[in-house]
Design a protein around this ligand. Structure first.
Ligand code: GRF
Length: 201
């Protein structure tokens, strides 16, 4: 039996797409059983539907805030027998109450070389803006386990990407995705799915 994965999304879902495309190739020990969005308009939902993956949308404002959202999320994950959770452009910080239920079972992709340009306030284009403003010559992406500290969990994999003259945050974001995120995330998903299978034998 494959490890059952839920991918949590908020936006465009290019990392979700990379995971979908990796199924049966890089990703063989796990299968994407569910996509959960915290935003009704997320294009990631379309990508999931096209791939025939069930989706659930959970809106904080309809669920009475963070606590209600997390309670509904736990219920949804349990109802679907989810074993591993992948945050792929998921824009909500999860509380310790939630993360402690899934030790070493939640992974996140962050578009910098942690510990640079990470933690609260560093998300989306802001990460790349900060890297360019600091004038670093190398950036990249990091996949890490998720605990209660934003971007603070154990690092699983990293890949460096060169900054080039004339880079804008948008150009850099795209290069980091193409050269690092879309490669690293499926590899890490496989690693963690395999680990789960071995540990639950
Ligand atoms: C990615 O850069 C990811 O690292 C960050 O948010 C972005 C999401 O992009 N956490 P997408 O929704 O996967 O296209």
């Amino acid at each position: 039996m494959k490890t059952k994965i839920a991918v949590l999304v908020s936006g465009g879902g290019t990392n979700l797409q990379a995971l979908i495309d990796a199924q049966g190739k890089t990703l063989v020990s796990g299968e994407i059983a569910l996509v959960v969005s915290n935003s009704a308009g997320a294009y990631a939902l379309e990508r999931a539907k096209k791939a025939g993956i069930p989706t659930v949308t959970l809106l904080k404002k309809e669920l009475g805030g963070q606590e209600g959202f997390e309670a509904a999320l736990v219920q949804t994950l349990e109802d679907n027998g989810i074993q591993v959770i992948i945050l792929a452009g998921f824009m909500t910080i999860l509380s310790e109450h939630f993360t402690s239920r899934y030790p070493r079972r939640i992974i996140n992709i962050h578009p910098s070389l942690i510990p640079s340009f990470c933690g609260e306030g560093y998300y989306g284009l802001r990460v790349h803006q900060a890297a360019l403003a600091r004038g670093v010559k190398l950036t990249g992406a990091t996949v890490h386990f998720v605990n209660e500290i934003p971007d603070g969990g154990e690092i699983i994999a990293q890949k460096a990407v060169a900054i080039q003259p004339g880079d804008t945050p948008e150009i850099l974001q795209r290069r980091v995705m193409e050269q690092a995120e879309w490669i690293l995330l499926p590899q890490a998903a496989e690693e963690v799915s395999k680990l789960y299978m071995e540990e639950s034998r």
